[in-house]
Design a binder for this molecule. Sequence first.
Ligand SMILES: *Cc1c(COP(=O)(O)O)cnc(C)c1O
Length: 222
Amino acid sequence: MSAAPTAQGYDDVVARIARAAQAAGRLAGAVTLVAVSKQQPWEAIEPVLAAGQRVFGENRVQEALARWAGKTAAGGLTLHLIGPLQTNKAKDAVAHFGVIETLDREKLARALADEVQKQGRTPRLYIQVNTGEEAQKAGVIPAEADAFIAAVRGAYGLTPEGLMCIPPAGEPAGPHFALLRKIAERNGLSKLSMGMSGDFETAIRFGATSVRVGSAVFGARG
Ligand SMILES: *Cc1c(COP(=O)(O)O)cnc(C)c1O
């Protein structure tokens, strides 16, 4: 079943973000909505774009390029890469994404640093932390985060602006959000990408500066 061609879900999420921010004593503008358009039909995306949303999240480089090719006419579009990045896609990722949220290993830091130099283009970077230390999940484990952040800055000359996490399914997300915040604070990073459809209001309470929301905005993925 495809999503209805309205921006109803989008409007609701925008209102919920504003309310959650206000409840946490923060400005609504302090939280950026990254509308996760992965696996969505264009009919679901179009009304959201028409409603003014310009920041979109995608988890695969090739799928994103296919979906967004020629759509830059909307102007001011920023794509966030929120899925694992293979080094052989670093070139396309640096060329087409405004933000890469999934930096999690030195080999990738090197590939990104090389592309930044070659292309003269610098996407904003987030380091993904595997707060639940799940074997199947990408991200640096918490115990190695400080050293990895230092290496990204030192050895690779990159300037990450924040951290990103995906808490384990079926666990309260709050402690994971709190841990991510703690790691960011002690490393002088100001941005926190955390919170999805099921928990973005909790994430805002814990200090999220951006939330990645897909199904609540667009409807269930096909
Ligand atoms: C798919 C995805 C989201 C959005 O998930 P929803 O539950 O649909 O909001 C957020 N973050 C990441 C990393 C994702 O892969």
